[in-house]
Ligand binder design. Structure first.
Ligand code: CMP
Length: 133
């Protein structure tokens, strides 16, 4: 089933010059890039983007980290995009992520876990409206 999803290379991924490698992994997997944008989250955008986590103890740290530098957001399209992209990025805690995943191959952090990707169609629709409005 062809569908779209969104991923964001976080400030640590941009700082570490991993944008090319990450986009390349999705292109090689067979996804098409539909939209691409480099920008810096404002606090307001970040709070809206991550509002599902607003009651979590790490919310402040999360907003602070995602607004700390430039990010690269992409909408990609292809077969089973949402589930496959989540499999490709790996577990949230990078130090637990399986080898072969993006976080499992090139990360160790939690806030600084390189990449975010939508976890459902509902999340995708909400997140894309914040990032590409
Ligand atoms: P992400 O996939 O962008 O979704 C929410 C983010 O919260 C997650 O990646 C982590 O970067 C961040 N986060 C920070 N601390 C924690 C934590 N203790 N548990 C889970 N996520 C955390």
């Amino acid at each position: 089933m062809t569908e779209q999803t969104l991923f964001i290379v976080k400030p640590d991924g941009v700082d570490r010059k991993l944008v090319g490698e990450i986009i390349s992994r999705f292109e090689k997997r067979g996804f098409n890039i539909v939209k691409l944008r480099m920008f810096t989250f404002t606090k307001q955008m970040a709070e809206e983007f991550y509002s599902v986590h607003s009651s979590k103890p790490f919310f402040g740290e999360l907003v602070s980290f995602i607004t700390s530098g430039q990010v690269v957001a992409a909408v990609i399209e292809g077969n089973n995009a949402i589930t496959t992209t989540r499999l490709m990025i790996g577990s949230t805690k990078s130090f637990e992520a399986a080898p072969g995943t993006i976080r499992g191959d090139i990360g160790l952090g939690i806030s600084d876990n390189i990449i975010h990707a939508s976890d459902s169609k509902e999340s995708f629709e909400k997140e894309v409206a914040v990032v590409f409005k």
